[in-house]
Ligand binder design. Sequence first.
Ligand SMILES: [Zn+2]
Ligand SMILES: [Zn+2]
Length: 765
Amino acid sequence: MKEAAFRKNQNTRRHFFLRGVVQGVGFRPFVYGLALRHDLKGWVNNSSAGVHIEVEGEKKEVESFTRDLPKQAPPRARIESFWYEDLAPTGFPSFEIRESVEEAGKYQLISPDLATCELCQEEIFNPQDPRYRYLFTNCTNCGPRFTIIKDIPYDRSQTTMAKFSMCPDCRHEYEDPRNRRFHAQPNACPRCGPKIELGDGEGHILQVPDPITSAISLLKEGKILALKGLGGFLLAADARTPSVIERLRQRKGRPAKPFAVMLGDLTSIKEHCRVGEEEERLLLSPESPIVLLRWKKDSTIARDVAPRQKYLGVMLPYSPLHHLLLKESGMTLVMTSGNLSEEPIAKDNEEACSRLHGIADAFLWHDRDIYVPYDDSVTAVVSGQPTIIRRARGYAPFPLCLPFPLKPILACGAELKNTFCLTRDQYAFVSQHIGDLETLETLTHFQRTVELYQKLFRIQPEIVAYDLHPEYLSTKYGRKRPEQKVGVQHHFAHLASCLAENGERGPVIGLALDGLGYGTDGHFWGGEFLVGDYGSFERKAHLEYVPMPGGAAAIHNPWRMALSYVYTLLGKERLTGLRPPLGGQVEEEKIRVVRQQIDQKINSPLTSSCGRLFDCISALLGLCLSVSYEGQAAVELEMIADPGEEGRYEFFLQEEEGQEIIRLQPLIEGVLKDIEKGTAHSLISGKFHNTLVQISVAICRKISSQGGPKKVALTGGVFQNRFLSERVKAALEKAGFEVLVHRLVPCNDGGLSLGQAAIANFVQQ
Ligand SMILES: [Zn+2]
Ligand SMILES: [Zn+2]
């Protein structure tokens, strides 16, 4: 008796509680295997809060289990917190995986969808394997997650896989802790899982022996195919045939905005693009994003895929369907969201059939539902660092972890490239890219996704934050909600977003260059030097105000901005004497109307926007008089900039009511003179970019010499311009500043919600 008690006391029982991405990533099988290796008894289960584990056995083994648990965790797991306590031993008979439990109000982190892993790829290409050419092959290391989850805990019954019941073989894999598919919730095989069908342009099912082979034939004939992927329908088409690309552009209503392409493997990508080490790492990562790569001049991909671009958006196959299509066709495919320009991506079969009618010639679809739409993410390597430009598949809904606790907040984001952000504990759940909140369809998608995140992460917001722009649909939505309200100035939110993702508290100089954001004075800001932290900001300097004749018309027609700058800063004579290229292209009548709008202040709001200044220069050079997508004029100006040019234009500063106003008259005059002299446009663009670098350094120096911070946050959509952002960063660092940039959330309005949330968190109640 005594001896038995003694032996039992030698045993240790330890209870662990882990949080982070620990579900849907093969964590429980890993724990099971680890426990067996250490000869421990006990159990593991998922709860809506995280993973609980109890092990019991020899003290030495329990200790080494405790050490190995975080160290050897599966590659896709992310342990955010690790807690344990010792309990009295109870004598467990074995180690088991217990049923998942729901803990009231508790939540867990959810893994994003992940690209097909190598082992699954081997299976789908192995003719001897039961999953040979099976399009829904996945395992605990790869496949759909977030797009199929309706609620937590993450179990098959709470996913869109619930309607498929596993065959005995799949069930066996699912229940075998040593199997790669142990508790892989979307596990399926050709016998029991989802099936694929090919439909014609009307959505009528075509009776073909092999939908993939038929789909490939259609693609080779130059047809446009709608593919149901992980997060929605993508349109696929032959990227090497200009007439196909032209047809796709016409049908989609997207005349110029670049498309992304998918290639079968890294070797083929390298035929068309230059791939650096970091870029290669991004391409091959489980997130498998689109990466903007330098496009080789001798590439055989049709130039019209990305007209007038130096960079091409490229991705590797990330689902079994892509792998098969690319490998068996040997093609290079354009892959673009299945939607009309700027609408949300279509996700349901019926919806796709009606919305893509007339765009797609055929539909390759299946019967696994997508619960939430999810676009491809876009990344680039900037100043040697991976940087997210559009954050969706592979990244969301994984949160950012901030260095301070957050109240329950909903930040509604901006209008264009909208994301929202929900917070609790240390976490900022920045949503996937929602889109441009300009249509009812996008607004509905926004509202549905807010509700989903609130449910999945058990967040009941107490504060709602939104932009000051009264016409943003996100602002109107926020104002209607019942919670306490906080309006946040646009560029202040940009500054805070950059601080938050860098885990900093400020104060910092926020160099916010973007298109337009509603200012506290009712004008449209966008060329701003702010000093602030999460609590408050001061506007220290800005580009001088000029009118935007016609309001929205000026945004869509950069030639209007060119006329406005010339007329406002240089006068009537300079306007009527305008030389080509712009001078020849805008009729006298239009010039007269614009002048009238400016003189009589008719629909001509004032702006200090840096984006509009880019528009002006782009139009003066005749590059882009009207835009068909946001930022087009600026992008095209960036693309021609000569990196060897070292000259710049003049500007001067004028103090007004404690703010530095950046006067641009010498800059505009300089550009006009260069045009008159016949200077190459690439040199003019280079000089213009250098001028902005010079302005940035001069003002930051001035602010810090007056006791301001020596730290600068570069933020706002203009910093998507790599030519500019790399040069501004380098120049500021050379001048002794510490420079913060965006990496994890976009520098454009896609990152705004994070900043709004961080600011709302510090508002005094
Ligand atoms: Zn896999
Ligand atoms: Zn099966």
